[in-house]
Design a protein around this ligand. Sequence first.
Ligand code: B12
Length: 210
Amino acid sequence: MMPNYEELNEAVIVGDRDKVAELTQKAIDEGAPPREVLDKGLVVAMDEVGRRYQTGEFYFPEMLRAARSMYSGLDLLRPMLAASKDEGRGTVVLGTVKGDLHDIGKNILGALFEGAGYEVVDIGIDANPQKFVDAVKEHEAKFVLMSALLTTTMEEMKKTILALADAGVRESVVVGIGGAPVTEQFSQEIGADFYATDAASAVAKAREFN
Ligand code: B12
């Protein structure tokens, strides 16, 4: 039987941390696949939060409270998402670009890449182009994954790609980009190697390169 995701969605939307943790754990205990709990229980709810913020039904504090409550579920799922280790597919440098503090999508991406056998170096949020370049050099990374959730910070992706080129490492890495405002067209315009709408397809796209 499928868990009652509507109740979990509602708990995320109203930002009830304890309830989110409780219902996430319940779904896990009932044997629901972690990816399903993530997508149907948590991610769907954040989309609704975004919609409400856009229409003015929610203000910033409500959006923040919802995000925090989502983490109480995500923290339970993360180890399970990352559990099915394959071996040695190379190192991924992952970060949210400069000026951007959104990290939920980035962290989901990190968990799935870890689970798919990549070594993940997470350089965090608000990461400027030089930070990406330094991490690529230090870890001899094969992939650079950039996340941006704001139309105003998307341009940082282009700057980062240029910085990688200036540092002479652009040709040695595969650059993937994503986040709500990013599109396939934008990806091509700035010369990224791939774009994906969600973390699972990001892993599938990355696999095409190794
Ligand atoms: C939660 C949230 C916040 C939280 C963030 C908390 C946190 N720790 O991350 C808080 C409250 C802090 C916040 C702040 C702001 N936010 Co906000 N936020 C959101 C919200 C509701 C959800 C984002 C989210 O976590 N989604 C869930 C995750 C799982 O999805 P995701 O991030 O898209 O990631 C998935 C894919 O996109 C993809 N992906 C993501 N990254 C990458 C990278 C690669 C390489 C690939 C391949 C794929 C990929 O895979 C992920 C997993 O499947 C969105 C609305 C929305 N629908 O996006 C608004 C939204 C992004 N925020 C918005 C705004 C305006 C802001 C603020 C400017 C508000 C303000 N007035 O201060 C600030 C900016 C702060 C800053 N400098 O970054 C706007 C952006 C509008 C725009 N077009 O620019 C949105 C769209 C809301 C809206 N509808 O208006 N926000």
